[in-house]
Design a protein around this ligand. Structure first.
Ligand code: FAD
Length: 354
């Protein structure tokens, strides 16, 4: 069966909902197709102790402030799921679940969106599928010989699953630091980072990061140079559990090892550490396989864009994957503006005048 909508949004996480909000505001009919069975996008799957790195009011989508979570300055993931669930109901967004988009194709004047439960035709599409679904694992020699357990950030839930074990955590970003801090009190921990960990100052949280990303975008747009943005401040937000573990001396990082052995890891100088488990907190890549039929990928794997609009396909916008599609667009507070811009461009394309 083939259905029609003016705009199909692929993905019903925060980015897809922000797009739905703005499209609705402009009076544009849209349907949001989401592969998950329930609202909340990736937030449904994070580890148990995860808290946002910004207070609730600084983690809001357009139109509705996230309410504070009683007793918590930094809300937990469950609170975000509840907020997103309420958001899509409040704005009566037409989210279809579970619907997995398999491919977006050109079809004359329209785009054809093939899914696991029928197809859609649309005049424009927004891809908002996030990165959680494409965990990245670096090529390290010996991955196949290690006899213990290997998992990625996306599979980690709780330190109690590793109580008393020797655990190696790989990665010097926020996930690596937070998972290392989570495990530090319960396991014999080795934390491995490619370079010396760069903690942000203790008083810097997501608010300051958003300001830095916005200032960088403004400076680049105005041609006044690159302020360096978020990366110039550091890599790791010193959220309270990370700060506590660091201050207790439990977050000492070792440099990256050279290979895995059957029993653990080995550095280039022959030093070894035994491990029951290795947790790879080594990042994500954008989940874009459904766009393959359009043949839009550039040399670095990214799809070249002007703002959010695909450079080679003006009917397609990409939303929420990172600074690449708008400053801080992979954050709750940052996705609103690129979602608004994408919706306005689509309104122009469709000839919707308001
Ligand atoms: P997602 O939440 O991943 O939603 C995408 C949706 O699209 C999912 O429901 C998915 O199932 C669906 N989908 C994927 N492929 C298809 C397909 N082919 N067909 C149909 N549906 C599909 N941001 C903050 O603002 N504050 C924080 O404190 C913060 N902490 C973070 C901590 C961690 C560990 C991580 C990983 C990220 C954090 N972020 C934070 C960043 C960001 O807010 C989240 O990653 C957020 O989930 C991104 O939202 P999204 O809508 O772009 O993607």
């Amino acid at each position: 069966m083939t259905s029609y909508a003016d705009v199909v949004v692929v993905g019903g996480g925060q980015a897809g909902l922000a797009a739905g909000y703005h499209l609705r505001h402009l009076g544009i009919e849209c349907v949001i197709l989401d592969a998950q069975a329930a609202p909340g996008g990736a937030w449904q799957h994070t580890w148990d102790s995860l808290h946002l790195f910004s207070p609730a009011a600084y983690s809001s989508l357009p139109g509705r402030l996230m309410p504070p979570q009683p007793g918590e300055t930094y809300p937990d993931a469950g609170h975000v799921v509840a907020y997103l669930s309420d958001y899509e109901q409040r704005y009566e967004l037409d989210v279809r679940r579970p619907v997995r988009v398999q491919g977006v194709h050109r079809d004359g004047q329209l785009l054809r969106v093939a899914t696991d439960s029928g197809a859609w035709r649309a005049r424009a599409a927004i891809s908002a599928t996030g990165t959680w679904w494409r965990p990245f694992l670096p090529a390290v020699p010996g991955r196949e010989v290690f006899r213990g357990r290997q998992l990625h950030t996306v599979e980690y839930r709780s330190p109690y699953d590793f109580a008393g074990q020797q655990v190696v955590v790989v990665g010097g970003g926020n996930s690596g630091a937070q998972i290392a801090a989570d495990l530090a009190h319960h396991t014999d921990l080795t934390w491995v980072t490619q370079r010396e960990p760069r903690f942000l100052a203790d008083d810097i949280d997501g608010r300051a990061l958003f300001d830095a990303a916005t200032a960088r975008r403004r400076a680049l747009d105005a041609g006044t140079g690159d302020t360096g943005g978020v990366a110039s401040l550091g890599d790791i937000v010193a959220v309270p559990p990370v700060r506590a573990a660091r201050d207790a001396g439990l977050l000492k990082a070792s440099p990256m090892f050279a290979r895995l052995t059957p029993d653990g890891v080995e550095w280039a100088d022959g030093t070894r550490a035994e491990a029951d488990a290795i947790i790879w907190c080594t990042g994500f890549r954008p989940a874009l396989s459904h766009l393959a039929p359009l043949g839009l990928r550039g040399p670095r794997g990214h799809i070249p864009t002007h703002g959010t609009r695909a450079a080679e396909e003006p009917r397609l916008h990409l939303l929420g994957y990172g600074d690449w599609t708008g400053p801080a667009s992979a954050t709750l507070i940052g996705v609103g503006r690129p979602a608004r811009d994408a919706s306005r461009e689509i309104a122009q394309l469709l000839g919707v005048v308001r």
